[in-house]
Design a protein around this ligand. Sequence first.
Ligand code: PT1
Length: 269
Amino acid sequence: MMVNQPIIMGVLNITPDSFSDGGLFLDSATAVTQAQLMVEEGAGIIDIGGESTRPGAPAVSSEDELKRVMPVIEALSGNIDVPISIDTSKPIVMKEAFSAGASIINDVNALRADGALKMAAELGADVCLMHMQGTPRTMQANPSYDNVVDDVKKFFHERIAACENAGIQLDSITIDPGFGFGKNLGHNIALLKNLSEFHDFGVSILAGLSRKSMIGALLGDKDVDSRLIGSVTAALIAAENGADIIRVHDVAETKDALTVWEQIQNFRE
Ligand code: PT1
């Protein structure tokens, strides 16, 4: 059996406080150039978000989120050959983003907001359901689980059922354990080590580990600018454990690692 390397989702953040790109992509011309570069480097999806969801980040109004993402989606659509995902929890942002050319909803809140399930179904969207305990503002205060893998699986069981009830089919659904979203280091490691268990649902798996504090912590508290090799290593472990999509900032470096991995996997004497 031949294996394929996971699809790389390249992160294009447009938030002025985005945790590792610090407001680099506020201008849509720059954003388009950056997205095109990521596609050349091997990204198969471009993820656009106008609300930072890193630990401690404040909530953003729909108006501000739309002001950030819409010019970029409009500038991008027609200018890149890969699908655009919109990283949002708000139905109005989903709707406007799709009208401008987005085709995937990446929701860190797993379509739990009022009207989000219905909107995703109406749009005929592919959806990524991410697990988060708490909210970005407070989630790292005291994350707690009986058994993190079982608890997150239970959450997906419920959210996948809710999607199916709303008319979203299994083959349109991806699940994501939400590394760093209401999880301590041990929780994050348990989820990565046991990632393949999430295939029990018969849907695709996404892993987002890029530049996160868990990588810094594993490296003796390295800061965000020094997490590249740790992030690529974590991406490779996610691939080994069955991730179908990997969300990253450093596309070219991740692509090389996954390309080597794929060829070794498929080698037969
Ligand atoms: C993710 C993800 C995301 N992560 C999906 N979407 C972020 N599907 C935004 C830290 O611990 O993993 N999956 N959208 C970014 N969020 C974080 C969270 C950034 C935690 C940093 C940390 O440093």
